[in-house]
Design a protein around this ligand. Structure first.
Ligand code: CO
Ligand code: ZN
Length: 330
C-alpha cells in the first residue's frame, strides 16, 4: 500500500488538470471493476456490478491544490493565483512543477512585516531570463503542483496531495479486497473538489445513488498548541458528524459506528469546524441523498507535507469494505 500511496501522491493533478492522476488511478482500478467511464467534468466513474442491492457511491477527490500562472513579467518571473486553499507561509521556498515537466521555485518580494506575506507577494522563478524565454515553457493559465517526494516515517507517511490521494488509495484498496457484492458499487474519483466540490456534484446527479460515502482527509488536534479537535493520528478511521459543507446523515453515521464496533475496527468521531468534503455536494444532489464521510486523519493539510498514519488508512479500508458488504439498512 505504501507504494500505491507514493505513486498516487507524486502524480500531477491540480483541480482542472486531473489528466495524469486520472490515468494513474484508471490503471490501478481497471482489474477490479466491470466498467469505467469519464464524464464531462473529468470524473473517473468505476462501476462494479452487484446483484440487486442498493446503488452505493464511494467518492474520493483526485484533484489537489495548486497554483495557476496569471502573468509573466518582462524578466521571466511568473505571478500566480491559487487553485484551492494555498497558504503563502507554507509555499515560500517550495519547488513546483508543471504538467510539461517544467520546474520552478517560489520566491518572495522584499516585505517589511511577515504579516504582509500574501500570495500576491510571491512569484515562481523557472530559471528564465526574460518573458520570451519563460513563455517557451509556460503560458498564462498553466497550472503547477508542489513538488515533493513521498517519504515514510515509521508507520506514518508524508507527501504532497495526501489530500485526497489517500482517499483514492482507500477506495482502490477496498475494491481490491471486495468480493462479489449485493450492492452496485460506483467508485468515483472526483475532479475539482478543492475549488468547490464540483465533480462530485455532477457525478452524484448522474448516478443518483441510494447512499453516498466520501473518503477524505480531516484535521487533527494532536500537535503542539493546535486548535481543539477530538481527532488524533493513529487512533483509527474518523467517522464524520459534521463539517462546514454537511451534517452527515445521522442514520448512516450511527450505522458506520455500529459496523466499526462489530468488526473491531478502530474509529473516532469527527467534528471538523472548518473545511468541506464532497459529501456536502452528494447530499444535496437531486432530491437529497443520505451521505456520510469516513475521514483519514491528517496533519498539515494543504501543505506540501501532509502526514497520515498507515494504521488509520487500513482502518478506513476495512470500514469501507465492511460497509459495502453490509445491508446498508439504516
Ligand atoms: Co483539500
Ligand atoms: Zn480533500
Amino acid at each position: 500500500m505504501k507504494n500505491l500511496i507514493k505513486r498516487l501522491t507524486e502524480t500531477f493533478g491540480p483541480s482542472g488538470s486531473e489528466g495524469p492522476i486520472r490515468e494513474t488511478i484508471r490503471k490501478e482500478v481497471e482489474p477490479f471493476v466491470d466498467e469505467i467511464k469519464v464524464d464531462a467534468l473529468g470524473n473517473l466513474i468505476c462501476f462494479k456490478k452487484g446483484s440487486g442491492g442498493k446503488k452505493v457511491l464511494l467518492d474520493a477527490h483526485m484533484d489537489e491544490i495548486g497554483l495557476m500562472v496569471t502573468h509573466i513579467d518582462e524578466n521571466g518571473f511568473l505571478r500566480f493565483g491559487s487553485i484551492g486553499g494555498v497558504n503563502p507561509a507554507v509555499s515560500l521556498g517550495q519547488r513546483v512543477y508543471f504538467e510539461n515537466g517544467t520546474f520552478g521555485v517560489i520566491g518572495c518580494e522584499r516585505i517589511e512585516d511577515p504579516k504582509d506575506l500574501r500570495l500576491n507577494k510571491l512569484y515562481i522563478d523557472i530559471g528564465a531570463g526574460s518573458r520570451e524565454e519563460a513563455s517557451k515553457k509556460v503560458r498564462v493559465g498553466d497550472s503547477a503542483a508542489f513538488f515533493q517526494p513521498a517519504i515514510g516515517l515509521g508507520n506514518r507517511m508524508v507527501a504532497k496531495a495526501m489530500d485526497d490521494r489517500i482517499g483514492c488509495v482507500v477506495i482502490i484498496e477496498a475494491l481490491k479486497g471486495l468480493g462479489a457484492t449485493n450492492h452496485d458499487i460506483y467508485a468515483v474519483f472526483a475532479t475539482q473538489e478543492e475549488v468547490g466540490l464540483r465533480g462530485a456534484r455532477v457525478a452524484a446527479f448522474g448516478i443518483n445513488p441510494d447512499v453516498g460515502i466520501a473518503f477524505d482527509v480531516t484535521g487533527t488536534g494532536d500537535t503542539p498548541k493546535s486548535s481543539t479537535m477530538d481527532v488524533s493520528l493513529g487512533k483509527g478511521a474518523a467517522i464524520k458528524v459534521k463539517d462546514s459543507s454537511l451534517i452527515c446523515h445521522p442514520g448512516l453515521r450511527d450505522y458506520l459506528v455500529k459496523l466499526a464496533e462489530e468488526k473491531g475496527i478502530s474509529y473516532q468521531m469527527e467534528v471538523l469546524e472548518r473545511g468541506g468534503t464532497d459529501s456536502g455536494a452528494i447530499q444535496m444532489a437531486r432530491a437529497g441523498i443520505p451521505a456520510g464521510v469516513i475521514s483519514i486523519p491528517s496533519r498539515y493539510i494543504h501543505s506540501p507535507s501532509e502526514m497520515v498514519d498507515i494504521g488509520d488508512v487500513e482502518a478506513c479500508v476495512k470500514l469501507c469494505v465492511a460497509a459495502c458488504e453490509s445491508p446498508l439498512e439504516f
